[in-house]
Design a protein around this ligand. Structure first.
Ligand code: GAP
Length: 510
């Protein structure tokens, strides 16, 4: 899995998906730029989310709020006082870690040990293997499972009580060592606020201290009444937006999984007080269905209920994805009660209520939120799509099996050779298709090498224009995954691409 992750990271760079920010100045840690193919994949993911979460739903509308917001918003939302991570330093390596992440990794290591033991036994015993019985009875597995359970319990209690000494004691007693120095020479655990500060105004004395938003959600809350009134929405209804968020992450590793500047796609669903649990369940299921519709494999997803609820929530869970480094959070679903609207009402002195004509009363709505990181979704797609294959002739090919509706380039138009009028004919095909689809024209190198390059980019179809095309208008259409080629008339290409590349099949299924 380590190798897979390394390969995904280097492939992303080599094929124009993701670059380190400011690379020629030795880079900026945990900040990334998206290249020619990366930006297309990101746009496609955002478009699919927007289509299904906003345009397909009569009860949800979208907004695009500013990144700069009045600083009191962050006091009201609780981010100034409570948006902290517990950090710990290793005195020898001088490296900084999140205390909770060190412990979570230890818990995951027990899980991995158990999984490995089960895999080994399954190979040994073959068809007669009963994994449930094995897990209950194998002494080694039982010991690890008990250790994991006890650690989990202690960790949850320490988090619940914001017990920083308790977290440190766990790290010491579990003998967790710094991966860089290998020592267990740890500092105390301290709280660290994740918001980036900046200033608004040209004269130092008059400037206003601002924060870069750490979530897009607050832009939705403070616009609640503007949107409800202008779009004439009635509860229950939702407001959605996509946009950048910023967090000064302590541990920013794992490529684009944890970044300091990233993009969120959030939706706040406003409901009657008392109905929030019903809606919470509704959105859990709806969002899981959405993720599965991407075709990355149902077994790669699971729910994870939160042990420690954020200061605003009365229920919360994550949809986790099996990244190359294990199951990790992809999306959060939170029942945020009336916390945010009530706080903004209190701090702004403006009423943020809804008059419910059916109940004939005013109330502050409750909120169920769905919040997914676009960059994490991007990483999920790339990790699931990356393949190395050995072909029948013994040669190797690397390909990205990105589902066609998400692929950055839907088809490459290739003249078989660069003469005899084939480039002109291929350019004609390219121009016709590029009105509707993202397509590429390529006439460099031998056609076999061009196929390989398109495989590596993840282009699902290659259209080759040859001498026969000049005579009867037919072209070959090559499938990335099967490498099979069919011959069809140039006039059939648009219908073919629409059928295979349009989001409509997915949208109808969810
Ligand atoms: N408004 C709620 C909220 O922000 P969150 O669980 O902190 O909740 C939601 O974040 C999602 O944003 C996460 O599930 C993750 O996909 C993404 N995300 C959070 N921090 C991130 C980071 N540092 N880098 C990339 N994505 C991040």
């Amino acid at each position: 899995m380590d190798d897979l992750f390394k390969n995904v990271v280097s492939h992303s760079k080599e094929y124009g998906y993701v670059f380190q920010s400011s690379e020629i100045y030795d880079g900026l840690s945990a900040v990334y730029d998206f290249g020619p193919y990366g930006v297309e994949l990101k746009n496609n993911l955002r478009m699919y989310w927007w289509k299904s979460m906003v345009q397909l739903r009569p009860d949800i509308v979208g907004i695009d709020s500013a990144i700069f917001m009045h600083p009191t918003i962050w006091k009201a939302s609780g981010h100034i006082d409570a948006f902290n991570d517990p950090l710990i330093d290793n005195k020898d390596s001088k490296k900084r870690y999140r205390a909770d992440v060190l412990i979570e990794e230890r818990i995951a290591s027990y899980e991995q040990k158990i999984e490995k033991e089960v895999e080994k036994a399954a190979k040994r015993f073959g068809d007669s293997f009963d994994s449930a019985l094995f897990v209950q009875t194998n002494p080694r597995v039982v010991e690890w499972a008990d250790k994991k359970q006890a650690l989990h319990q202690r960790f949850a209690t320490a988090l619940e009580q914001s017990d920083l000494d308790g977290l440190r004691n766990i790290i010491l007693e579990e003998e967790i060592a710094c991966p860089v120095s290998g020592t267990r020479n740890w500092t105390e655990v301290r709280q660290f606020n994740l918001m980036f500060g900046t200033k608004l105004g040209s004269v130092a004395e008059d400037s206003l201290d601002l924060y870069l938003r750490p979530e897009t959600a607050q832009g939705i809350f403070v616009n609640f009444l503007n949107v409800q009134k202008t779009a004439r929405m009635r509860i229950p209804f939702g407001i959605a937006q996509t946009g950048k968020a910023f967090r000064n992450e302590i541990v920013a590793r794992q490529f684009i999984f944890r970044m300091r500047e990233f993009e969120q796609m959030e939706m706040q669903y406003f409901v009657r007080p008392g109905s929030e649990m019903e809606w919470y369940e509704h959105w859990k299921e709806a969002r899981m269905r959405w993720h599965r519709s991407l075709g990355l494999g149902d077994a790669n997803y699971r729910f994870h209920d939160h042990e420690k609820l954020a200061h605003y929530a009365n229920a919360a869970c994550d949809i986790e994805f099996k990244f190359p480094f294990g199951f990790k959070e992809l999306e959060g679903i939170h029942s945020r009660t009336d916390f945010d609207l009530s706080q903004h009402q209190k701090f702004s002195g403006k009423k943020l209520q809804f008059f419910d004509p059916e109940l004939n009363e005013n109330y502050v709505p409750y909120v169920v939120e769905t919040s997914v990181g676009l960059d994490r979704l991007f990483l999920a797609v790339l990790s699931a799509a990356y393949r190395e294959e050995t072909l029948e002739d013994g040669s190797q090919r690397v390909l990205l099996k990105i589902p066609a509706p998400l692929a950055p380039v839907k088809a490459a138009v290739l003249p078989l050779i660069k003469k005899d009028g084939l480039p002109e004919k291929a350019l004609e095909v390219f121009r016709e298709l590029s009105v509707d689809w993202s397509v590429q024209y390529d006439d460099k190198d031998a056609v076999g090498r061009r196929y390989r390059r398109q495989d590596a980019i993840g282009t699902p179809f290659c259209i080759t224009v040859d001498h026969q095309t000049l005579q009867d208008g037919t072209v070959t259409l090559r499938d990335r995954d099967t490498m099979e080629q069919i011959r069809l008339h140039q006039s059939e290409l648009l219908d073919n691409l629409r059928e295979r590349c349009h989001f409509s099949t997915w949208l109808k299924a969810i």
